[in-house]
Design a protein around this ligand. Structure first.
Ligand SMILES: *Cc1c(COP(=O)(O)O)cnc(C)c1O
Ligand code: SF4
Length: 498
């Protein structure tokens, strides 16, 4: 239900019940009228502009591609739509009406960056796989056969890069691994609530598709607030809880509150920061604007701030256009009113934002709106990497050219950073040392905190896209952290066996 707003006129409270019904409550005479005749929402919106109800959350999935129910797609040829369906059978597709109607610029499709970000692209599958899938669809193959072929292709893609599943699962007091938690860097625990394992729309490049596809063995999720709280109680070194997904803000506020409100108790004083990783400011800003649940969310953020926590929305942005709609701007303003800070991070993606001009404008707009630019990521080793990946040297050039175009307030952003097995590794630049061309790298976060901020060097390689493709410079046979990392792996394996 849309928001109940205090109207400043004589009418007291006004509630929009649906698209056609409003509730008028007359404070002075103590009666209410529920009527579509007295005032439609459209005219109510003119009288009380702030109470204009937002659109309903309406999601689009593969079934809509199959049935052709997204009218905007009619501008594409039949062949283009077939290719799109072929990809969507293998990799998850989910969009919503806001994304389709307010974010994507259909005059620029298929090159539009937000279309590339949300709709399946033919280049996302290897040519052979794309041919297999389109062929099956053309021949109107039985659904089971299509499903099996798609599963076969998926199995060859890499859903969990950087050793996430094996390495980062914390253990309970009895040494049993805990689902839904990851504790890789000393100060920060990641929590994946089970109700937050989806998003308001899916990013085409996303590596979390294994969660969305619903393969249980690959899901990193927890059902238990108690388990999280118990873990935090036992780990006084943890200062930050980062609640992530999917997108935790697909959850009802009530569920989020079950996880977060108890953290205001004195026993969690060591936990100073609550971060919420989310794309909802971009994919569904009405999450913050419309209805009781939105208002409750803002009250929850306020309460956490008042209780002494630093509350940070770790907002995922890829393109400045995500910041331009009136709904996005209103959502940002409402979050900031709660005292929560919005910090922005996002990956550098071919076809979406591999352009310094785009990043500079993104950071400038963020600063203008009171958002703190935080991380620029290098895209991970994921299923459709050949389509989305950008060589490290190009990532660095884009970062550098972009940062040169913004003032110091935009230069809080670090990157390009790879979240790799040993830690977050930043490409600081390319240099020539003793006649050898090298990448200068450093850890922004390390599995061992002692690795952080130590510069190290890799042989320059113009095609490398990830840390594991780099070789140590100056004839060394391994990077300084590798022996220790191997030892961690071995210890973990032993721990896992016990
Ligand atoms: C990025 C990340 C964090 C948070 O790191 P900060 O540098 O504090 O933002 C925590 N855990 C994991 C596994 C991460 O990848
Ligand atoms: S919002 Fe985040 S988790 Fe969701 S699809 Fe995009 S990148 Fe993946």
């Amino acid at each position: 239900m849309p928001a109940v707003e205090k109207a400043n006129g004589q009418l007291g409270l006004v509630a929009c019940l649906s698209e056609n019904w409003v509730m008028l409550y007359c404070g002075r005479f103590g009666f209410s009228i529920k009527s579509s005749v007295v005032m439609s929402n459209a005219s109510a919106a003119k009288v009380f502009p702030r109470m204009q109800p937002g659109p309903r959350f309406e999601v689009y999935t593969l079934a809509d591609l199959e049935k052709g129910t997204i009218p905007h797609l009619q501008i594409l040829s039949e062949e283009q739509r077939l290719l799109m369906r072929a990809v969507a059978h293998v990799l998850p597709f989910r969009a919503n009406r806001y994304v389709v109607e307010e974010l994507i610029d259909w005059d620029r499709v298929p090159d539009d960056p937000l279309f590339q970000l949300t709709f399946p692209q033919p280049g996302m599958l290897a040519p052979q796989d794309l041919a297999t899938m389109t062929d099956l669809l053309r021949r109107e193959t039985p659904a089971a056969e299509i499903k099996a072929a798609a599963a076969g292709i998926r199995a060859r893609l890499n859903p969990h890069p950087a050793g996430q599943l094996q390495l980062n699962r914390p253990r309970d007091a009895d040494g049993r691994p805990i689902d839904g938690l990851q504790h890789k860097y000393r100060e920060t625990v990641l929590f994946f609530p089970s109700q937050g394992q989806t998003c308001h729309s899916y990013c085409t490049f996303c590596f979390r598709w294994a969660q969305f596809i619903g393969d249980k063995s690959l899901r990193m999720a927890s059902r238990e607030a108690a388990v999280v709280h118990e873990y935090l109680r036992r780990h006084p070194e943890v200062t930050d809880l980062l609640i992530t997904g999917g997108d935790p803000l697909v959850m009802k506020t009530r569920h989020l509150a079950d996880y977060l409100e108890p953290l205001l108790a004195p026993e969690f004083e060591h936990l100073r920061t609550i971060r919420i990783g989310t794309k909802s400011l971009s994919f569904w800003p009405y999450r913050y604007l419309d209805g009781d649940d939105a208002d409750e969310l803002l009250r929850l953020l306020e309460k956490l701030v008042a209780g002494g926590k630093h509350v940070a929305l770790m907002a995922h942005y890829n393109h400045w256009r995500e910041l331009e709609t009136p709904a996005a701007r209103r959502a940002i303003a409402r979050v900031r009113e709660t005292g929560a800070v919005i910090r922005a991070q996002g990956p550098l993606i071919a076809h979406v934002n591999d352009d310094p001009v785009v990043w500079a404008r993104l950071w400038r707009t963020q600063v203008h709106l009171g958002i703190v630019p935080y991380y620029m990521f290098v895209e991970r080793d994921t299923g459709a990497r050949h389509y989305f990946e950008v060589p490290l040297v190009r990532c660095w050039e884009i970062y550098r050219e972009a940062i040169q175009r913004v003032s110091g307030l935009g230069r809080t952003v670090r990157g390009p950073s790879m979240s790799a097995t040993p830690g977050k590794v930043e490409v600081q630049g390319v240099a020539e040392i003793g006649g050898e061309k090298v990448f200068v790298l450093r850890f922004l976060q390390g599995r061992n905190p002692d690795w952080v901020q130590r510069p190290f060097f890799a042989r320059f390689d113009p095609r490398a896209t990830w840390l594991d493709q780099l070789k140590p410079a100056f004839g060394d046979d391994r990077f300084f952290f590798e022996d220790e990392l191997t030892a961690v792996f071995q210890a973990e394996r032993r721990g896992g066996a016990s």
